[in-house]
Ligand binder design. Structure first.
Ligand code: MN
Length: 541
């Protein structure tokens, strides 16, 4: 029997299994500042698979061709996890979802339709009977094209419970096997959602044939608490995201739900298939990919989550760890050695550290990371875990170039502008020099690079932050740039923050140079033409 169909048991019995449904690539990705390219989505899908999620919601194929393509790519690559695609209750959406999921070994179509009065009246302009009929027809159609169908009653927590019971009974009869009860707007409370799930388990006809699922948003800071209350009341699937990214204030954070179930197994009597030792690495991989850091005091994965500062706490932990610690840092894969490598460390030491940090790094990528490590170790006495992370996550997976930074000079004048001069060299021997002023050194250097590139680039966001601590700590720069209709991201780390900004910007320019048929027309100072006339075929990075 499918473990997901088990009913909740008393805590004294063997723990029941909760399915973890990750929607980082769908609900998460749709949040501002969290959009990902196809390659980035594939990388995160790999992280989620290694983490042990049961179902990955890879996207919303009807939303765009790019989304459909990304779902298709994840469906082809996934092993051992079910791949899910979102669809409205419309023929076109259902067909697009089924087509994108076609290569998946295990697939699911996730249908949604709003059921609350406010959505029925103002968004759908449908009455109850129309909503019911639309849902049933869509579930039947999806069940013809896919062997698993999930149905979500959008804004369920503001829907009349009697109507919710009627809709759920009808869609189960039509073939839905997962019934999701989303708190779309983050409105409910733990006691309220718990009572609703108990009622649904008692009153929805045929509920024994379906898995009840919870999907909570964090608008009032209760996303995780509400998800846990639903699980206590019989939900056996939880929808969540890494770092809690998602629409508005975000979704329930996967790492918090998983560690609450694990740490309080005495109370919940529930388990998941998640390898908790990979939670920290998954959190950092997502942060690095989208350039969105978690707060230092974030539960489970924040930098301070296991730091004891107050003397009385330190004393207690040293005397007996459990006085102030309910989880061990190693349970979530938190790096415990702070001092790791130096300039005498070799390939083997770096490789071992990368493996211990659960960082994803293939051979070609490793060689690039190793050479970056050697450069860093010459400049910095102690290479910390955070540096290793930045090296691996910040090293472009694909070959860098064709442009390299040959020289950079920056001057800052108190009360005045900053001026940056740079010198770039192309793999084919061309050179470019440019000077620009700016309101600060980072501004000046990015302005010089934009001008040198001759490209129309709009900087949407530029962030710098320090990695690690102490003299010689590295700085990391992340830049988001708009070029034509495309949004590109560059990232680089260096002990010099201005150089990091220059290299992050140069990465963007190089990505454009590598993917466009003609290289960007760098202004040249040595008489070579601005345009590369050997047009190359467009390649997809
Ligand atoms: Mn949502």
């Amino acid at each position: 029997m499918n473990p997901q169909l088990e009913q909740p048991r008393p805590a004294s019995a063997a723990p029941a299994r909760v399915l973890v449904f990750d929607t980082t690539l769908r609900d998460g990705e749709q949040a501002p500042g969290c959009s990902m390219t196809r390659a980035q989505k594939l990388r995160i899908a790999q992280v989620l698979q290694d983490l042990g999620v049961d179902i990955i919601e890879a996207g919303f194929p009807a939303a765009s061709d790019a989304d459909a393509d990304a779902v298709h790519a994840v469906a082809r690559a996934a092993r051992g996890m079910r791949v899910c695609a979102l669809a409205r209750c419309q023929e076109g959406d259902i067909v697009a979802a089924a087509r994108a999921l076609q290569p998946a070994a295990a697939a699911r179509i996730h249908l949604f339709l709003a059921t609350s009065p406010i959505h029925r009246q103002h968004k759908l302009r449908m009455d109850k009977a129309q909503v019911l009929n639309t849902a049933v027809r869509a579930v039947r159609r999806a069940a013809e094209l896919c062997d698993e169908v999930e149905f979500s009653a959008e804004d369920a927590l503001r829907t009349e419970p009697e109507f919710l019971i009627e809709v759920f009974g009808a869609v189960i009869a039509a073939g839905a096997r997962t019934i999701n009860v989303p708190d779309t707007v983050g409105y409910t409370t733990p006691a309220e959602i718990g009572a609703l799930f108990e009622r649904l388990r008692r009153e929805v006809p045929g509920i024994g044939h379906a898995v009840l699922s919870t999907h909570c948003h964090d608008d009032l800071g209760m996303g995780v608490a509400n998800s846990l209350a639903a699980l206590e009341a019989g939900a056996r699937q939880v929808e969540c995201t890494i770092n809690g990214i998602g629409e508005r204030a975000g979704n329930a954070a996967l790492e918090e739900v998983v560690m609450a179930l694990r740490t309080r197994a005495d109370r919940f009597g529930l388990t998941t298939g998640i390898d908790s030792k990979r939670l920290y690495a998954a959190s950092r991989a997502l942060s690095a990919t989208i350039g969105l850091e978690v707060a230092r005091n974030k539960a489970v994965v924040g930098d301070n989550a296991f730091a004891h500062e107050a003397g009385i706490h330190q004393h207690g932990v040293l005397a007996h760890r459990e006085t102030y610690e309910i989880m061990r840092a190693e349970d979530v894969g938190f790096p415990h050695t702070r001092l790791v490598l130096g300039r005498h460390s070799g390939r083997h030491a770096l490789r071992e550290r990368i493996a211990e940090l659960h960082l994803d790094c293939d051979e070609a990528h490793f060689e690039q990371a190793f050479s970056a490590f050697k450069t860093l170790a010459e400049r910095k006495r102690e290479v910390l875990d955070a540096d290793v992370e930045a090296l691996v996550l910040g090293t472009p997976v694909h070959a860098s170039g064709p442009w390299t930074l040959a020289a950079l000079h920056v001057g800052t004048y108190v009360g005045g502008a900053s001026i940056a001069s740079l010198h770039l060299r192309h793999a084919d021997g061309r050179e470019a020099r440019e000077t620009a002023t700016g309101s600060g050194p980072v501004h000046a250097v990015t302005a010089a690079l934009v001008r040198a590139s001759g490209l129309s680039l709009e900087i949407l966001e530029l962030r710098v932050r320090s990695i690690g601590i102490g003299a010689g700590a590295q700085g990391e720069a992340v830049v988001r740039v708009q070029h034509d209709a495309q949004e590109l991201q560059g990232r680089a780390a260096s002990t010099d923050i201005v150089e990091a900004a220059a290299r992050a910007m140069l990465e963007v320019v190089n990505r454009i140079a590598r993917t466009e048929s003609a290289t960007p027309s760098f202004h040249s100072c040595n008489g070579t033409p601005h345009h590369d006339h050997e047009a190359r075929p467009v390649s997809v990075a």
